[in-house]
Write a protein that binds this ligand. Structure first.
Ligand code: NAD
Length: 440
């Protein structure tokens, strides 16, 4: 049985570590954040991810899963080392590889026998080879010559359903030229292999590109339906019916055809920008994705315009915002459209009242620049009380069944902006509101 180290215990690393330990493997998760490791050792999960707590607790109890700050010992003690550190965007759109490079150095400095180094972070084509070179250089400095292989194993989990996605993936991608490493990876993922999950076994570069291609395609699909929604509004068509009919076509599929306030999150924005930069570097412009990025920015602005078109001057108006997380079932607010929308509203003179079931702490530090204009509320009803409009930005289930008469009484004006189309216009209008959705 292989023993596993996961370096980087964030959304991806923690889920990967917890789920692999649940497959019966011995896993050690490392992070450089003392706070995170201390919390995890006390049984506190530092992120909101449904179903994760129970898996962590159980496997920690049975000593299949542990948490440490000691990367050197962890690298020495384990055979398969996953890299799951962040690869945030740099100012120019390229992925920032400083954490990946640093970890590769640390691995080279600590290695004591053959290891498989598995890159799970989303990284530009060529990073696997770069990691290999960094490790080789470190081994050379130490005048030792241990064998190792680098594998690209991109992750496709979605925050909010990460445990299910990890344990029931549509495919597992394994990129390596080494037969030995490929065999070890099949053994690591044996539970998925025997459950007949398709395995895509390919070379490093292909695996690295698969991740960017997949995310960019999904971002483009969302953007396509957002632009259709805008067109629908201008021609009197209903985008949800357009989407439903399109989705019945097996070649298109119904997934990711829900119009909204523009995609956000920790992956699509940065991965689309990184893919565009990779395209430029290799003289293969990815113009569809360049356009997608620009259209997504316009979509966020368009949401603010919708509010402004109804309320006219925003000075002195108070807007009740429901949802800050970039989507439901996560506390992640990285590049959430809600942040851009709130900042723009505040800059135009509006006051904001806001509530999110899980992302309030995140929101507080991310909205620092407009903190004097934002009031953080205890629940959805406090957030809309005395407001000129209600704006739903995240599709949390609890926002799908609001007490409409209570909301109506609390609002100063009856504006109901539903940027996730989670209500039917007829029902909202029947309750005396002015309804503004997306593409209806
Ligand atoms: P994250 O920011 O939640 O976690 C990264 C962790 O790495 C942090 O806890 C950080 O402290 C730790 N770290 C950084 N440098 C370290 C070092 N030198 N040693 C030890 N720990 C270190 O990031 P994430 O969302 O888990 O994403 C990780 C990677 O996975 C990214 O490349 C991302 O693009 C990719 N990815 C993310 C998702 C997602 O939904 N979040 C999905 C698929 C792929």
């Amino acid at each position: 049985m292989h023993s596993i180290a996961i370096i980087g215990t964030g959304y991806v690393g923690l889920v990967t570590g917890a789920c692999l330990s649940d497959f019966g493997l011995k896993v050690t998760c490392v992070d450089r954040s003392e706070d995170k490791i201390e919390k995890l050792n006390q049984g506190v999960i530092p992120i909101y991810e449904p179903g994760l707590e129970y898996i962590v607790e159980r496997n920690f109890y049975y000593k299949r899963l542990d948490f440490t700050l000691d990367i050197e010992k962890t690298v020495k003690d384990n055979d398969v080392i996953f890299i799951a550190v962040g690869t945030p965007p740099q100012g120019d759109g390229n992925a920032d590889l400083q954490h990946v490079k640093y970890v590769a150095q640390q691995i080279g400095q600590s290695m004591n026998r053959y290891k498989v180094i598995v890159n799970k972070s989303t990284v530009p084509v060529g990073t696997g080879k770069l990691v290999e070179q960094i490790i080789k250089d470190e081994l050379k400095k130490r005048k030792v010559d241990y064998g190792f292989d680098v594998v690209s194993n991109p992750e496709f989990l979605r925050e909010g359903s990460a445990v299910h996605d990890f344990t029931h993936p549509d495919r597992v991608v394994i990129g390596t030229e080494s037969n030995k490493a490929r065999k070890i990876m099949r053994e690591v993922y044996r539970v998925l292999n025997i459950n007949e999950v398709p395995f895509v076994e390919t070379n490093l570069e292909t695996a690295e590109l698969i991740k960017y291609a997949s995310n960019a395609f999904l971002a483009m699909k969302i953007t396509f339906i957002n632009e259709m929604a805008n067109l629908c509004e201008n021609v009197g068509a209903k985008v949800q019916e357009v989407a439903r009919a399109m989705g019945r076509d097996g070649r298109i599929s119904s997934k990711f055809l829900h119009p909204g306030p523009g995609y956000g999150g920790s992956c699509f924005p940065k991965d689309t920008r990184a893919l565009v930069e990779i395209g430029k570097k290799y003289n293969s412009p990815i113009t569809l994705i360049e356009t997608t990025i620009a259209a997504n920015e316009r979509q966020k602005n368009k949401m603010v315009e919708k509010i402004q078109n109804e309320l006219n001057d925003l000075k002195g108006k108070t807007i009740g915002i429901l949802g800050v997380a970039f989507k439901a079932n996560t506390d992640d607010t990285r590049e959430s459209s809600a942040l851009t929308i709130m900042e723009q509203l505040a800059n135009k003179g509006a006051k904001i009242k806001v509530y999110d079931p899980c992302a309030m702490e995140e929101a507080k530090w991310r909205l620092k620049e407009i903190e004097d204009k934002v009031e953080y509320c205890e629940d959805e009803y406090e957030a809309v009380n005395d407001c000129n409009a209600l704006v739903i930005i995240t599709e949390w289930n609890q926002f799908r069944n609001l007490d409409l008469s209570r909301i109506k009484e609390s609002l100063k004006e009856p504006y109901f902006f539903d940027f996730r189309n989670i209500y039917s216009r007829d029902n909202i209008e029947k309750n005396g509101f002015i309804y503004i959705g997306v593409g209806q």
